[in-house]
Structures are given as C-alpha cells and as structure tokens.
Design a protein around this ligand. Structure first.
Ligand SMILES: NC(=O)c1ccc[n+]([C@@H]2O[C@H](COP(=O)([O-])OP(=O)(O)OC[C@H]3O[C@@H](n4cnc5c(N)ncnc54)[C@H](O)[C@@H]3O)[C@@H](O)[C@H]2O)c1
Length: 445
C-alpha cells in the first residue's frame, strides 16, 4: 500500500471500530477517539467493547493493534482526515438525536479549521447540512459524508469489501481534500459514487427504509398466513423464486429492530412530512412493525397454559451475530409480557449485559437450560443457531409446560412436536404438513 495516512476516527462503536480496524489493516495509523471510559478500558486491555464476529481476530493482530491508539479526546494533530462515526439515535420526539454529532464536530473544529478534511460516516437525517457546517465551523468544501452500509454481525467484512462507496460533497468541494477521501475509502473495484450530500443521505436512508419495507411485508404476509392456515416460509420460498423479487430480507418474524432500520424509516417519514408530503409507505411500515411485535406478545399471552406465569425468552439481541439490543423486538415483547404480569427469564449468548441495562425487571439466566427450567413456555426471540442444538428432549421434561413460540422460524417444528411440544411459530398454522418442492425439498416448521 503506497498511500497510508494518519487518520482520526471519532466514536468506537460498531461503525467506528469497523472503520478503525479496517483502515489499520490497510496500513493506516489511527487515533480512535471515544468518550465512554468502559469502551476505552476494554480497548486498553486489548479487548473489543462490542461483540462482532471476525473483529476480535483482526484486533488481536499486533500489527493492526499497534496502528490504533485509543484516546479520550481528539488529538491536536497530526491528522490527514477525520472520520466521524458517533451515534445518531432516535430521540424522544422520534427524530434523530444529533447531540453526539454536534459534540464530535465541535471537538473536530481545530483540525477542520487547520484544513484537515472531515468525513461524516454517521447516518444523517436528510436535510441536516446547515447544522453540520455550523457545528464543524469549517469550510464546507472540506466536509464530506460517507454513509456506512455495513451489517452488524459482519461489520468488518462489509467495511473491507463494501457493495459501494458513496461520498457526499457540498458544492465547490476542495479537489485535494476529495482526493484524500477517495484514496482512503476506495476499495479495489468497488463502485464509488461522488454525489451531493442530500443524495448521499437519501441513498443511505432510502436503502435502509427499503430493507425495512421488505421485512415488514414478509411479516405482514406471516400474519395473513396465520389466519389462513398457510405457511409463510413456503409462501416466501415461492415468491422468492421470481428473479425480480428474490428472498433476501424476506425472513419472516415478529418485527425488525436494531439501530438503523426503524430509525431510518422514521427519519424518512419525518423528512417528507416536514416538506408537506404524506409518506404513506414508510409510515405504514413503521406502524406495521410495532403492530407485529404487539401481535406476537398477544399470541403468547393468549396461548399460555393456564397458570403459566413464567416464560423463557431465548435471544435478546435484535438479531443473531450481535450483542446489540437497540430496538430489539425480543426485548419489546418481553416488556409487553412483563407489563401483563408474566415473569420473563432471558438468555442470550452475547447480549445479556446490554439487555439488563435497558430492561430493568428482566431476569437473566446464565444458560438457555437455566432459563427454560420450570418455564411455562419458551419464546425464540433471536435466531441464534445454537438454540437449534439444545437438547430439547430433556428440556421438555424440565419445563412446566412443553410449549415453544418460535418468533424467528428457527426450530424444527415437526421434530419438536414429535417430542411432545406444542410448537407455534410466526407465520405458520398450528399444524403444518411438510411442503414438497420439486428440485429441492424442505420441511415446513
Ligand atoms: N450499527 C450499524 O449497523 C450501523 C450501520 C450503518 C450506519 N450506522 C450509523 O453509524 C453511526 C454509529 O453507529 P454505531 O452503531 O457505531 O453507534 P454506537 O452507539 O455503537 O457508537 C457510537 C460511539 O460514539 C461515541 N461517541 C459519542 N460522542 C462522541 C464524541 N463526541 N467523541 C468521541 N466518541 C463519541 C459513543 O460513546 C459510542 O461509543 C450511527 O449514525 C448509525 O446510524 C450504524
């Protein structure tokens, strides 16, 4: 690698760590700035403060680790480029809370004013340009956006081999600054789009909202299937054979979560409304997502065996492969059950600590078996593959009632029924026949 730089990455979360470790593995040196002491302490011990497959191994490489210096404040320099990766969570009013971004940009001012280009990798709500320029106090010609498209669970992999690199620039962008940004962010033959800041924001928000629409649609089909006695997995298998449609992002469940999709759906809806536009599609998808979580909770409450007041929630993360519980549907359903007097004992291989921090009153078990001991029902809240490997035969005798509500279509329904379980799954009739497909058979669970 010929062009290596001294970079400043602000924020050591999922995106900031993938960015810092990815750039260090490409030969750059990185000052990684983080305000949370627990995250700095973990990094100082040589540990990652988040669970992200593949990232630990990359960070364990001494060559990569030596190129990263974790610090509490943005150093005065030297720096060739500042990459801002702080959080932009949903605020109480349903809009993106930009306070982390404001503080990061204000702290970057001395570097920006000395001519160092800034790249904002955090997801911005469309139309936040003026604030950004004001907070950075710098010349907009050296401020760029670069929305991140990584998927948690394979964050580093996605950073190192992205589907596309989108760079947003303000009018009259400084050509030399843009060249540095492109050099740092470009990867091999990956397409690079240099567009306006508004277009970059819309590409990011629009892509996430589209993924959310697909998931909402699959979940709505699941509801229809439950009422009609059909199996949504079979229906989506059939829909997905159409090459125009495919099956990606059509895994049915009881709602989607995470820090991105729900937020970006709402963000796009709010931006449209601010412009006097009614955003029918995105607002309906947000409402549908909440309703699917409530429906699943109602279904569990309505089908618990009489007297069963304890439920084991297997999986608390918003999806498998991460310890992230932001907007986790499993936690939302746990909360709804607890509000109706049900004791919920949760287990998650990686997300228990984060879950305890956001849902007080949730009991936590150290193992799935411990959570299931004496429970009146098991709920699959997250699709961790290890739940398939549990010894369900012995678990059946240790539960108060052998009942499973599979919210993620993870388990083998017929096999569980053969063990004496009552098995109910999202998008499935109470009893399904195996579906046969010529050219590849699959059993409907
Ligand atoms: N998580 C994802 O999958 C993903 C994917 C694409 C884009 N994004 C976007 O990227 C951004 C970051 O997401 P994340 O999941 O990494 O968030 P995160 O909350 O995990 O990480 C943000 C980090 O920034 C730190 N921080 C806040 N203010 C700071 C400051 N002034 N100086 C230094 N550090 C500061 C926080 O303490 C936190 O550790 C968000 O805008 C998000 O929407 C996230």
């Amino acid at each position: 690698m010929s062009d290596t730089y001294h970079l400043t990455v602000v924020g050591a979360g999922y995106v900031g760590l993938a960015t810092a470790i990815g750039l260090a593995s490409r030969g750059h040196t990185v000052d990684l700035v983080e305000v949370r002491q627990d995250r700095l302490d973990a990094l100082a011990r040589g540990e990652l403060p988040i669970h992200e497959p593949g990232m630990d191994a990359a960070f364990a490489d001494p060559v990569v680790r030596d190129r990263i210096r974790a610090v509490a404040r943005i150093p005065e320099g030297p720096s060739d480029l500042v990459l801002i990766c702080v959080g932009t969570p949903v605020g109480e009013n349903g809009r993106s809370d930009l306070r982390q971004l404001q503080s990061a940009l204000e702290a970057s001012r001395p570097l920006a004013q000395s001519g160092v280009p800034l790249v904002i990798r955090s997801t911005l709500p469309v139309g936040s340009n003026d604030q950004i320029i004001r907070w950075a106090g710098g010349d907009p010609s050296r401020i760029f956006t670069n929305p991140e498209f990584l998927v948690q669970g394979r964050a580093l992999e996605d950073f190192l081999a992205p589907s596309r690199v989108v760079i947003g620039r303000f009018p009259d962008a400084d050509a030399k600054a843009l060249a540095v940004v492109e050099t740092v962010l470009s990867v091999g033959a990956c397409p690079v789009m240099v567009v306006s800041v508004a277009e970059a924001d819309l590409i990011k928000n629009g892509a996430n909202a589209f993924l959310a629409l697909k998931l909402s649609y699959a979940n709505e089909l699941a509801v229809l299937c439950e009422e009609l006695g059909a199996d949504v997995v079979t229906v989506i298998d059939g829909i997905g054979l159409d090459p125009r449609l495919g099956k990606k992002y059509m895994q049915p469940g009881f709602g989607f979560g995470g820090s991105c999709l729900p937020k970006d759906l709402r963000s796009l809806t709010n931006v449209g409304r601010d412009l006097g536009l009614e955003m029918h599609v995105t607002s309906a998808a947000s409402e549908a997502n909440e309703s699917h979580q409530r429906r699943f909770a109602r279904r569990i409450l309505g089908s618990l065996e009489p007297g069963a007041r304890r439920v084991a929630m297997l999986g608390l993360a918003f999806k498998a492969g991460t310890d992230d519980v932001r907007s986790s549907p499993a936690l939302r359903v746990a909360e709804l059950l607890m509000a109706r007097g049900v004791e919920v004992v949760g287990y998650d291989p990686h997300a228990a600590r984060n879950a305890a921090a956001v849902l007080p009153g949730l009991h936590l078990a150290a193992t799935a078996e411990e959570a299931l001991e004496g429970a009146g029902a098991a709920v699959i809240g997250t699709e961790w593959p290890e739940f398939r490997e549990l010894d369900w035969r012995s678990i059946a005798s240790r539960m108060a009632a052998p009942v499973v509500f599979d919210g993620r279509r993870l388990l083998d329904g017929p096999a569980l029924r053969a063990l004496g379980f009552r098995y109910e799954a999202v998008g499935a009739p109470v009893s399904t026949q195996p579906a046969r497909v010529r050219g590849g058979a699959r059993a409907a669970g």
